[in-house]
Write a new protein. Structure first.
Length: 363
């Protein structure tokens, strides 16, 4: 519904009466005899006011002061102000326009011209507000659609990753734990204040979601190798190692998402989550900070989860023993700062893999 109230502010009753007569057939008229009264009305009814007709010279608070108050109240761009004045000096007109007046109408008032000038601007403001409302509704609709698409994408990613875990005899909890651990590690690194670990909440969320794709390349690995209950032969291990590059090949089949940041995180994590800090990982033998922080985080999360949970080839290892194995390099070398971060979050992750119901509430 369009605004219909017009606020007339003038210390002379006769001037208010003349202006009221011009607009009262189409608008509800609100009156104030000084600037202080006008500000009070604006505070109470600002959202309903379509225009302010404002005298400059008034007791208590003048018109310029009212406009300054309107600016502080955030009403300058929402309500058109028309200065009604006998002072047509260049200084007054300049100050009025600088404060946001839409028009300056000189006294004595000519009703026809005043009405046309005021109503034209009121119609413009009303049209702009309608357009703004339409744009906002469209924006809300697009944001809802975008969120629905993101939720769908996340569901598809999680379903695919879980399906691959089922192939290797795991439940879908593994990828959820990796997502949770990755997020905790990145948040803890972020708290150090170091620029290289400065991730926004949105970036951490995207990396954590991308982490669940780390083993997507296992879809190309034979069940005989994937589910072998004993130690792999050197030849079998070489085949198993190819799941890193095979994961990238899977992702390359969806080229329309290559510019998507989540895709880029997932691609890098797929390829490099088995790289090691000392350069003895695979497939590229990256060393130290050549490995992205997110791939390093997923690497630590993956090793910890693999150790502390049952696999087809081994039983679950107690958390203290797993921590010792990681710290002593039995699982390869890791970024010392990441290991320190893992130590700090240990109280929040000790139960993971041993109390699934409790873990689920924290994922």
């Amino acid at each position: 519904m369009e605004k219909k109230d017009i606020l007339i502010v003038d210390d002379m009753e006769i001037n208010r009466a003349i202006l009221t007569q011009i607009f009262e057939d189409r608008n509800r008229i609100l009156e104030a005899e000084n600037g202080l009264e006008a500000v009070k009305i604006l505070k109470e009814r600002g959202e309903n006011i379509a225009a302010v007709l404002l005298d400059i010279l008034m007791p208590v608070m003048d018109g310029f002061q009212v406009m300054e108050k309107m600016q502080k109240m955030g009403l300058r761009d929402k309500i058109p102000v028309f200065l009604i004045t006998a002072d047509s000096s260049e200084e007054s007109m300049r100050r009025g326009y600088d404060l946001g007046a839409m028009d300056i109408i000189e006294k004595p008032i000519v009703p026809y011209f005043v009405r046309r000038r005021v109503e034209s601007v009121m119609e413009l403001f009303a049209a702009r507000e309608r357009l703004s409302h339409v744009v906002e509704l469209q924006g809300q609709k697009l944001r809802r659609q975008e969120q629905e698409i993101m939720n769908l994408n996340d569901s598809i990613i999680e379903s695919l990753s879980t399906a691959i875990e089922f192939r290797s005899g795991e439940s879908g909890e593994h990828v959820k734990r990796i997502r949770y651990l990755t997020r905790l590690l990145l948040e803890e690194l972020n708290r150090t204040g170091k620029a290289e670990y400065a991730f926004s909440d949105r970036e951490i969320q995207q990396i954590a979601q991308a982490s669940i794709m780390h083993d997507v390349g296992k879809i190309a690995i034979s069940d005989l190798i994937l589910n072998k209950p004993g130690r792999l032969t050197p030849e079998e291990f070489e085949i198993m190692k190819t799941h890193t590059v095979m994961g990238c090949q899977v992702l390359e089949q969806i080229p329309q998402y290559k510019n998507n940041r989540l895709y880029q995180y997932a691609y890098d994590i797929c390829r490099h989550h088995h790289e090691r800090w000392d350069g003895k990982g695979y497939p590229d033998g990256l060393k130290g900070r050549e490995i992205t922080v997110w791939s390093q985080a997923v690497s630590v999360a993956d090793v910890f989860d693999a150790l502390t949970n049952k696999r087809v080839y081994k039983p679950a290892i107690p958390v203290p023993q797993a921590m010792e194995m990681i710290c002593t390099g039995q699982c390869g070398a890791f970024n010392p700062e990441l290991l320190e971060a893992r130590e700090r979050i240990l109280p929040r992750i000790e139960y993971i893999g041993h109390d699934e119901e409790k873990n689920e509430k924290n994922i």
